[in-house]
Design a protein around this ligand. Sequence first.
Ligand code: NAP
Ligand code: MG
Length: 467
Amino acid sequence: MEANKMFINNEWVPSTGQETRDIINPSTEEVIGKLSLGSKEDVDKAVASAKAAFDGWNRLGPGQRAKYLGALADGIERRKEEILEAIIRELGTSRSFAKYAQVQMGIDEIRGSLEVLDEIEFEKNLDNALVVKEGFGVVAAINPWNFPLNQIQRKITSALLAGNTVVVKPASETPTPGLILAEIVQEVGFPKGVFNLVTGSGSGLGDYLASHKDVSVISFTGSTEVGKGLFDKAKETVKHLVLELGGKSALILMEDGDMDLAIETSVNTIINNSGQVCTALTRLLVPRKLLEEVEKRARAYVATRVQGDPGDDKTHIGPVVSEKQMERVLEYIKIGKEEGARLIAGGTRKDCRGYFIEPTIFTDVSNDMRIAREEIFGPVLSIIAYDDLDQAVAIANDSPYGLSGAVVGPEDKALDLARRLRTGAVLINGASHNVYAPFGGYKESGFGRERGVYGIEDYLEVKGIYR
Ligand code: NAP
Ligand code: MG
């Protein structure tokens, strides 16, 4: 697909911006398309279209809105192969991971939100008051490249069900899944202007969209650095903010926990999506006396992971998304070595075309090193030793971030530790997320929650009408 158009008011219109940027396949370094860099004029049109559509959509009511979202999920299901291929091509995610975590999960999450929609009391009588929950207005949905369908899905499902209208900006590296989503919106026949999509640079078009006076909510997923800057954009017209930012999550292996499970769980999070996952468990905390054994088994496990063509069913790990991301990750590996961490696996770029970095494991990491504190967003794991469980909890919590965490150990004791972790999610013994429970961060990982009732609640204004 040539990504050369904007989707405004249910129509594909050419951008008034003249410039384009290349879309690059990170596995081959080939240019595979062009992205239009939209203009301020495009943003103005898209926001005006969303603003005009708001009153009708907001008054439609949750039941009617749900029908459109159900049709959207069916439309994604029909085109899931095409979306999957686009994600493999633009992001370099392995097919085996992308199938569920990138595509099917998006469909399941929409359906999960529809299942729980009637748990929300959109209207309620309190004495002489009618309490009404409704949309804010126009939501600017700004997305990163690492889950190019599902991050857009999480924002728009919640925002639209709540009664808001949206202007979506996909990440410039991976725009195609968002563009296909817009085509599905058109096929489904959403009311005009409810869903709009513009493409362009973050610092230009994204910044202008976030600052727009007619935008009521900025919903952003991406780096903590850009996320922090959005407070300034929000303040002028007191916009509501939903921020899903970075992470540096810890997995605590307890002494009596399953060591292989702990290793596989943490290592898989640097293999899947090449570690470009905000919830990746990039700090593996292990009892000091088990350190040597953990190192041995982690090295052995990572050696079983196949790196190569992400389209191949047998591949576990492909490239990172871009040359810029590769440089960033390699710089962190250099920093780790300089800080005195010891490399036990990987550490270099693969000697071939494409932005392939070998899965990398450092040990002898202390929690004050930059590689333990900063989000690397690539296939790099740090092993950190602890002496007792109080210290393990302290290390896990000693982070500016608070997105996710994990514990491997006997369930009752693991649950006690889970309650002490200052993070928005904790996975015990390799458990998975589900489509109903909240997703989001503590501390500098942001605020607001996605998925299910928790997601929708974030996009609802509350009004009291007295009579
Ligand atoms: P980013 O710069 O935060 O970009 C995320 C989104 O925001 C993109 O759509 C981007 O547009 C847009 N954007 C950038 N600057 C903006 C601004 N000033 N105002 C409004 N929108 C703006 O993230 P990135 O460059 O894609 O990745 C950089 C680092 O962020 C990664 O290495 C990683 O550490 C972190 N990250 C975290 C997550 C997460 O889920 N927590 C996801 C992605 C990245 P363009 O695409 O056009 O630049
Ligand atoms: Mg950027």
